[in-house]
Every structure is written in C-alpha cells, then in structure tokens.
Design a binder for this molecule. Sequence first.
Ligand SMILES: Nc1ncnc2c1ncn2[C@@H]1O[C@H](COP(=O)(O)OP(=O)(O)OP(=O)(O)O)[C@@H](O)[C@H]1O
Length: 581
Amino acid sequence: MPVRFPVFSETAMPAIPHDYPSARDLMDALRFLPEEGQIWLGEQRMLLMSLQASAFFRNELVTTLGIERARGVFIRLGYYSGLQDAELGEALRGKALGLRDSFLAGPQLHALQGHVQAIPVRVEIDPEHNRFHSEFIWKGSFEVEVWRPRGVQATPVCWTLLGYASGYATQLLGREVQYREVECMGCGDAQCRIEGRFAEEWSDHEAFSALLREAPLIDELYDLQARVATLEGDLARRPRDEDWGPIGSAPAFREMLAMLDSAAAAEVPVLLLGETGTGKEILARRLHDHSQRAEGPFIAVNCAAIPPELIESELFGVEKGAYTGATQSRLGRFERAHGGTLFLDELAELSPRAQAALLRALQEHQIERVGGQEVREVDVRVVAATHTDLHQRVEEGRFRRDLFFRLNAFTLTVPPLRERREDTSALAEHFLARCEHHYQRRTLGFSDQARAAMLQYAWPGNVRELKNTIERGVILTADHKHITERALFGDYQVPTLQREKSQGLDDQGRLVESADASHEDASPRRHIQALFDAGLTPEDIEREMLVAAQAASDGNIAAAARRLGMTRPAYAYRLKKYGLR
Ligand SMILES: Nc1ncnc2c1ncn2[C@@H]1O[C@H](COP(=O)(O)OP(=O)(O)OP(=O)(O)O)[C@@H](O)[C@H]1O
C-alpha cells in the first residue's frame, strides 16, 4: 500500500505538524543518567551540545578545510547519525507499526534531538512499486541559526540535516535515497524545503554519492568513512595477517608478552598458567614463531580431550601389534613435532605413566613408542599449559614433583580478561573483523550500548567467551546494521549496567523516584500525579504497565521485560501474579 500524505499548497499548510504518530516511544528511548555522566538514545550514547559550541566547531572546520570540504564532512556526519537513528526507528516501530511510522520516526527523532522541526508536505513510500517521494518544510533549522552571523550564503546551509535525512531513508529502505535542499533560509529563501527521491532519480546523484565516499580529512571521521564505504559495497576491514597474533596492550599483558618473547630465544621448556580461554595456546604459538624453531612444526595436544588409556600412544606413537586394533605403526605427536614445538594443553590431566614418559623425553630427548623397543631421539621443545593449580596437585601426590620442577623453569601467568579490561575493545574489533570476513558479512560495528555492556561484563570464559559472543552477534545482525547488546548477550542482562536504575522501577518492579527524577525533569512526577488523581493504586499502575509492555513488544515476554528493565523471570512472575498469563 502506498503511503500518502495530503499535498498542501504552501498557503493552506497548517502551522502545527500533523499526522505524526505519538513520539512517546522515541522519548522513552531517551535516558538521562546524570550520575554516570551519560545520555542514551536507544543503543547510542548521545551528547548534548550547545548551539554556540556547534557554531564554533563549524567555523573552525570551515576555516581549516575550506567551505566545500567542510560541507562534505558535515553531510557525512549527518548521514551517519541518520543511519544510526534509522535502526532505532525500525527497532521501535518496524514490526509493530510498519514502514510509514518507522520512516516518520526519522523527522521525529530529528526534532527530539533539537535539530529541526520537519513538517511533512508529501510522503509517498512504496518501495515495492519503486516509488519514493517525500517533501518536508523545515522550521527552526539549527544550521540556519549557526550560519546567521555569516550572512546570506550562495548555497543551502543545512548540511548535517540533509545528510541525516538521506542516511535515515537509505538505511530504512535498504536502498540509496538522496535529499536535496531545494529552498534554504540560509541563502535568502523564505523557508527551508527538502525533497527526497531514490538516488538514481536525481541527475547529479553520482556527485552526492561520491561526497559520501570521500575520504574525510580528520581522524575522527575515518570510522564514518569506513562505514559509508561499507554501505557502498566496498569490502573494507579485511583482517591483515599480522592482526591474527595475540592482541593486547594492557600493561599486565604487555609485560607477560615481553617475558614470553625473551623466553622464545632460549631453549627452555615454558609453563603457561592461566584461566581457561585466556589465550595460552595462541601465546604458545607466538613463542614458537619467535623461536629458532619457527620453520619447524608446531603441534598442539589437548591432554584433557584424549582418553587416559590413549594418551601415551597419542604422544609417543604406537608400534604395529602393540594392542588389538594397532594394525600399523603410528607416529606420536612428539615425533611429529621433531625440530619444532610441542604444546601440551591441560597438562595436569596426564596419567602417571605418561608423566614418566614425558619426563624422560624432556631429560634425555628420547622416547619409545607404545609396544616398541627402539629408543628414538627427538628434538622437541615442550611448552605446557594448565588452568589448575599444579603446585597443589604435586602436594596431593597427583603430579610428579620432578616433572613439575622440570617444566616450572620458566613460568608465565596469562592475566584473565577482567584484569585487562582495556583490551576488551581491541579484541572485540579484532574478532568482529575476523567473523565478518569468515561469514562474509558487513555489519556497522557495535552499538554504543553493546560496547558499554562488553566493558561491564566480567567474562568468566575470558577471550574465548568474548570471541564466541561476538560470533553470535555477527550471526544475529543483518548486514548494514549495528550489533546490539541483545544480539551479543541475548536476554541475559549484563549485571552491572546501571541504566535500569533510571527507568524508575525497583527490583520488585515498584515505581520509584529514579535517580533523574530528583533533577529538573519533572515529567515522570507529573505523569504519576495524573495517575494518582485518576484514583489508580500502585497495583493498578503496575498491572497496566505489564499489559502495555507486552502489547508494545508483540507479546514477546523477553522484550517486554527488557522494556521495563526487569529480568524475564521477574516479569513472568508478575504476569502470573496478576493473572495475565
Ligand atoms: N590476545 C589474544 N588475541 C587474539 N586472540 C586471542 C587472544 N587470546 C585468545 N585469543 C583467541 O581466543 C580463543 C581462546 O584462546 P586459546 O585457545 O589460546 O585459550 P587457552 O587459554 O589455550 O584456553 P584453554 O585453557 O581453555 O585451552 C582462541 O580462538 C584464540 O585465538
């Protein structure tokens, strides 16, 4: 169904914007967290900036870059904001209200952010029939204000706004839309008016697309450029080979890496300690790559993954006929690692017999295959790893003391991710690039909220868990969309995020004066007063909120719970309590 707004002649146009759905949903997505120094709009962290500061920034940029280049920067800035907001508009309204209202969320969000009031003149959206035509009058453009002191300009000045409208519609429709400012108060017209069409309907569309792709001249906008380029199908962000090594610049990690590198040249055995998933294997590989054995093989064995009765034959090989089923002789990992490095992960799991054989291999560089008589010389450097307390195992008599001392000569402890949180972002970007490459996907990266959640989370499974989480996020995110907190963590609520506090419900689901309510914004109190005036009890209000959240979430319980800042079980419990389920 094409969506049409009445076409008004300019004189007949009403002064008050009409036909917009309620902006309540968009306003509810806006959260002020003064105690944490943050403002959030959906999954994006926002900034409040004064018009004067914005004018100052623009002047600086125009002076530094010249007007044409500055124009490009601001159009791209707006374009990127538009892309982000379209995700929010679609998430809030797409399923529930459809394309028309998702589209109108764009100008409404623009207004909510104080940029401009957009009055629809014509809105026809019918992508199925290849039709898109929209026209808005802009009132109170902040960019006209910013330019006013510079006098009348030769060309339209609402750069960011125009970029925003183009980015929003492009992202929402999944097809390039471009807007033009056909009238602008900044260049002497009586009003600002924009028109939007599919890109190819504009004769000069290539110049506009090129502007979006143009390399920004300031570092802060490189990211934007990469994302716009991504949209244009440019397969950016391929991981480089050197990116595949251990990532980390936290002091604890750097220090450990420096020791690892100095151990690489020496021929000593190395013991890596650290929790599961901290990267012990990747570090063992680095040790190998930096050693004189780099040209030789690197063989990794997870001792815990091999049944105890098979571990010896796995490590040392087997002679034909050694046991039923040994129909031919087989090389063990030691022999395969000859001239290189053998990485023994989960070393603590070795059987006593295997421990004895390993000790001999380390001391005498000799092994015997299972069922064989021949003594074979092996030239292997052993790097072992464990997440258990090996010393304690020795005390308990479960691990040979002499072997422990042999391996313990050079010990390194790999710090868990929670002790080097500053590495989380770099690791996350690294895994994102790898996963996108692997799955041939092009997301727009992490939302601000997803990033914040990753930084808050304790990562008990360490780097491996982070990697798996990001893989999940990439799989669940459509191309050209941001990876949300939900895509990463599902319905799990990252425990320490304090945003929920400001949503005004305590952990029993009761309405409370939120942290922000004590500040200037009196609107929640006003609403609550109105509810009291209507004679509603707190129970009535709670019941209504539960129902409303469910309706607004298409009956999806997890989504409704999130909307109310509750866990799913807490929400389900309340539904039951009120007989709503
Ligand atoms: N610093 C790092 N930079 C890049 N990738 C890493 C880093 N640390 C770990 N990884 C990746 O995380 C995953 C888990 O790491 P790895 O297998 O080396 O951990 P581990 O400590 O050996 O785990 P376990 O003790 O459970 O065997 C691997 O895919 C590895 O490539």
